[in-house]
Write a protein that binds this ligand. Structure first.
Ligand code: NAP
Length: 500
């Protein structure tokens, strides 16, 4: 499907879209064994988009059985690295060819602006698959430095069957961040997409088959997380679970692992990320725009949203005035409109939760200086305008909890030490950004901030070559992206040989 970022082309493409709505198990689409479905709603209109197969434990069992069989047969795990690379490169190529369609699915399902889907999420995902594919036959294994009587090889082997549980905020991109390294290292996988956003992942399964990924290696079970997510996490034949989502559910997954087979659990969780502007920060127009992007991109429904602006007191008024001025560029509207930068919240209940946070900010005495309201209510969608609170105190609820909406809290400080202390005053530690004209000073502050990624003089999550994940309660065990993501889906084996 050919889609360009032009309103008429988008409308035509939407009218031609066909949704895949079934589970994908052992190379075939199938209804849930119970025949049940659940509704997927378009958050921009509040209207039904599709009815999706509501899988349960029996469907999970069938998917795990297929994944286990393919793993034991070695149809993917034992292919040569070069062969796996070629298949995954073809996979990336086919995703690229279907980029417009997949972007539209995420746009309709998650309410993400179409421009973001087409220029960020999908191209990043294609690049992610290519990067992991290319890495497969570039990594060497090790021979340990033993004495002359022995040879000890230290080799990495795929873990086996991985359960991948995805969030709704970057449906396709998070699938790519998980599947790239999981498949590159030769594992079989059962994916559980988020209930609200299953369409692009379900469609991806048949693209994988077309690329040559053997049937049963990649399975997709849509459905309710507390039912099938739990079934997957407790399954004795699943060797690891890779999860991106809330800290609350992540904690639950560790219990499931302890109660079942001690499967490996890789958690990418929430954030309450600081943006620190030091006294010697440079161009405030540039910083204002970067900061707005950092907090409002993806409607603030972003684990790395810089929802706490910690700015030197001498710069605060000037920077805030510029941010309010440039906030006009953050157009709230129909996500199918290429000009839109802020789509709706994912669902009505989440919109209400974000509005409650805004009320609590007002009640606790923070000063509302921008937005604060639900807008475009007549569309039936769940839109909230970009919102900024000044004068926020560290004990306030809006300062401590992950809001996951377009809401910024502003704090001030006088010394670098105070700024660092404020930045670290959180149970999370996913990302941070900071601004300074002096790179020595910036390096010291970057090292003092306890977060998995710190970007200096920009808002960035790094690229495919850099690991992404959190300190403290933002993560557990692993990282997405980069070669480090490969290691977490492998076991280390020592082969010790006695020489004659
Ligand atoms: P969530 O509520 O934790 O859900 C994530 C996934 O877990 C969904 O597929 C969900 O299924 C499933 N799930 C729910 N309960 C479960 C259970 N008891 N057992 C197993 N699986 C279960 O998170 P979300 O609201 O989708 O996503 C937002 C969160 O993700 C935020 O906290 C955000 O910061 C975090 N996030 C982190 C990163 C990162 O890289 N660190 C990236 C993106 C997002 P249902 O859809 O059926 O509920």
């Amino acid at each position: 499907m050919n889609v360009t970022l032009e309103s008429k082309a988008i409308k035509t493409a939407v009218s031609r879209l066909k949704f895949r709505t079934q589970a994908y198990i052992d190379g075939r689409y199938a209804n849930a064994k119970s025949g049940k479905t659940y509704d997927s709603v378009n958050p921009a209109t509040g209207k039904l988009l599709a009815k999706i197969a509501a899988c349960e434990a029996a469907d999970v069992n069938a998917a795990v059985k297929a994944a286990r069989r393919t793993f034991e047969e070695g149809v993917w795990a034992k292919r040569s690295p070069g062969e796996r690379k070629h298949v995954l490169l073809k996979f990336a190529e086919l995703i690229d060819q279907n980029l417009g369609e997949l972007a539209l699915l995420d746009c309709l399902d998650a309410g993400k602006p179409i421009t973001d889907c087409m220029t960020i999420d999908l191209p990043d995902s294609v690049h992610c698959f290519r990067w992991h594919a290319e890495a497969i036959d570039k990594e060497y294994e090790k021979v340990a430095p033993t004495g002359p009587a022995n040879v000890a090889m230290v080799v990495r082997e795929p873990l086996g069957v991985i359960g991948a549980i995805l969030p709704w905020n970057f449906p396709f991109q998070m699938a790519a961040w998980k599947l790239g390294p999981i498949l590159a290292t030769g594992n079989s996988v059962v994916v559980k997409p988020a209930r609200q956003t299953s369409l692009s992942m379900i469609r991806l399964a048949e693209i994988a088959a077309e690329a040559g990924i053997p049937e049963g290696v990649l399975n997709v079970v849509p459905g309710n997380g507390s039912v099938i997510g739990a079934a997957l996490c407790k399954h004795p034949d699943v060797d690891a679970v890779a999860f991106t989502g809330s800290t609350e559910v992540g904690r639950q997954l560790l219990h499931y692992s302890a109660e079942s087979n001690l499967k490996r659990v890789v958690l990418e969780l929430g954030g309450k990320n600081p943006q620190v502007v030091l006294e010697d920060a440079g161009d405030l127009d540039y910083i204002a725009r970067q900061s707005l992007n950092c907090v409002f991109w993806n409607m603030g429904e972003n684990c790395s949203s810089g929802s706490r602006l910690i700015v030197h007191r001498k710069l605060k008024d000037k920077l805030l005035a510029k941010m309010i001025k440039y906030s006009k560029e953050w157009i709230v509207g129909d996500p199918l409109d290429p000009a839109t930068k802020v789509g709706p919240m994912i669902e009505e209940s989440h919109m209400k939760k974000v509005l409650e946070y805004i009320e609590s900010g007002k009640k606790e005495g923070a000063e509302l200086v921008l937005g604060g309201n639900r807008v475009l209510e007549k569309t039936g969608g769940y839109f909230i305008e970009p919102t900024i609170f000044d004068g926020v105190k560290p004990a306030m609820k809006i300062a401590r909890e992950e809001i996951f909406g377009p809401v910024l809290s502003v704090f001030t400080f006088a010394t670098d030490e105070e700024g660092i202390a404020l930045a670290n005053d959180t149970e999370y530690g996913l990302t941070a950004s900071l601004y300074s004209e002096n790179l020595s000073r910036a390096t010291k502050v970057a090292r003092a901030i306890r977060a998995g990624t710190v970007s200096v003089n920009c808002f960035s999550e790094g690229d495919a070559t850099t690991p992404f994940g959190g300190y403290k309660q933002s993560g557990f065990f692993g990282r997405d992206k980069s070669i480090f993501a490969h290691y977490q889906y492998c076991e280390l084996k020592t082969i010790w040989m006695q020489l004659a």
